[in-house]
Design a binder for this molecule. Sequence first.
Ligand code: SF4
Ligand code: SF4
Length: 152
Amino acid sequence: MQEKYIQYLIHHGSLRKENKEVNVKINCKLNGKYCGKCCYNTEMPLTREDIKRIVKLGFPEKYFVNFNNQVPKLKNIEGHCVFLDVQTGKCKIYENRPLGCRLYPLVYDAKENIVTVDKLCPKFNEVSEETIRKYEGHVRDLASKVLKGKLN
Ligand code: SF4
Ligand code: SF4
């Protein structure tokens, strides 16, 4: 999953007003519980605005940012994102989660140069073509900036 995730990478955005609306709607419940699969071994890049917003919630950068890469990414503990509640499968900062998380399971496939739906998501077939078209620009924007190492 990690390797695939690095290839795709997600959306950047300084949480401009219009980006607050970025939210690929998907029902993440599986067997009565939130799935949370994409929150394990996450490679999600963080924009400067993502970091600022989450810091404002009271989390110090060192708690959630992994700076050991070309671009800052979400930190994992015990194999999952620091913000995942493993009991419920819920994101602890759902309303303020990174833009990449808002766009997932939309991903950029660099090899094919297409925006697509990550088949690792068990609900991948619930994402419509219309949704892909709606958010394609955001996904490409992030992927481009991540690949250039310019997330600010
Ligand atoms: S893998 Fe898909 S269904 Fe599971 S939490 Fe992530 S977006 Fe939701
Ligand atoms: S911030 Fe939330 S949605 Fe994003 S990987 Fe972490 S737990 Fe999952």
